[in-house]
Design a protein around this ligand. Structure first.
Ligand code: DGL
Length: 237
């Protein structure tokens, strides 16, 4: 049992979608959400830059005593999760959970034409290549440097979010599934449903990641024993 908090990191507000899943599945935990606004977007940055920011952000959370860190960003996960796990002892003992574009669940669903939306920095990583390599004939990869910024600015504005979705799907209407492979893109979910109903099956990694977090906390006996709802604090970098 542990009262220590769980950290979340992202370049901005995308990881809030992951945090909100955590609040549903693990309501008694305390959370610290770190938004690395000064470096946003990660999508147009180098691997070295994103790795350096990810390590720095993890240090900030480790200094606050986090027992687990959720890298609530597909880009930072693709770049840095192996490093964080490999150097776990050095960085201090902590559970690391990452977000991966939900390609495997989309493939498993039987969808034939899957549009995978990711940042350009995610698409450039070997880890992403390994994820998609066996399914290339069923996948269309669409990567963007700055879509996350556009979405972050549009959050709360239905018309703008709908416009972004229409733009993405133009010429790709024959897809039967869409993978929202960046936590910011999950803000588009409602627009997809509003505009197209259930025409496209939508996949993201939030639930899988938080269920994995729960399994790991249980296995290490680190769940928060409190019966009250936890608190969320926010760090802005
Ligand atoms: N939210 C992030 C992701 O899941 C990164 C967005 C960005 O800063 O480009 O990939």
């Amino acid at each position: 049992m542990s009262h220590r908090p769980i950290g979340f990191i992202d370049s901005g507000m995308g990881g809030i979608t992951t945090l909100s899943t955590a609040l549903d599945i693990l309501p008694h935990e305390d959370y610290i959400y770190l938004a690395d606004f000064s470096s946003m977007p990660y999508g147009n940055k180098s691997k070295e830059y994103i790795l350096a920011r990810t390590i720095d952000n993890c240090y900030t959370l480790l200094n606050r005593g986090c027992k687990a860190i959720v890298v609530a960003c597909n880009t930072a996960t693709n770049v840095g999760i192996s490093f964080l796990r490999d150097y776990n002892t050095f960085l201090s003992e902590c559970i690391y959970v990452g977000l991966e574009p939900a390609v495997k669940p989309a493939i498993k669903s039987g969808a034939k034409k899957i549009l995978v939306l990711v940042t350009e920095a995610t698409a450039a990583q070997a880890k992403f290549d390994a994820l998609i390599k066996d399914y290339s004939e069923r996948l269309t990869i669409e990567s963007s440097k700055t879509l996350a910024v556009e979405i972050e600015k549009a959050v709360g504005d239905r018309d703008k979010l709908d416009g972004i979705v229409r733009g993405i799907m133009k010429g790709k209407e024959d897809a039967d599934a869409v993978v929202l492979g960046c936590t910011h893109y999950i803000y588009l979910k409602e627009s997809f449903i509003r505009l197209y109903g259930n025409r496209y099956a939508l996949f993201d990694g939030n639930e899988g990641a938080i269920k994995q977090l729960k399994r790991l906390l249980e296995a290490k006996d680190l769940l928060n024993p409190s019966e009250d709802n936890g608190v969320v604090s926010f760090i802005r970098k």
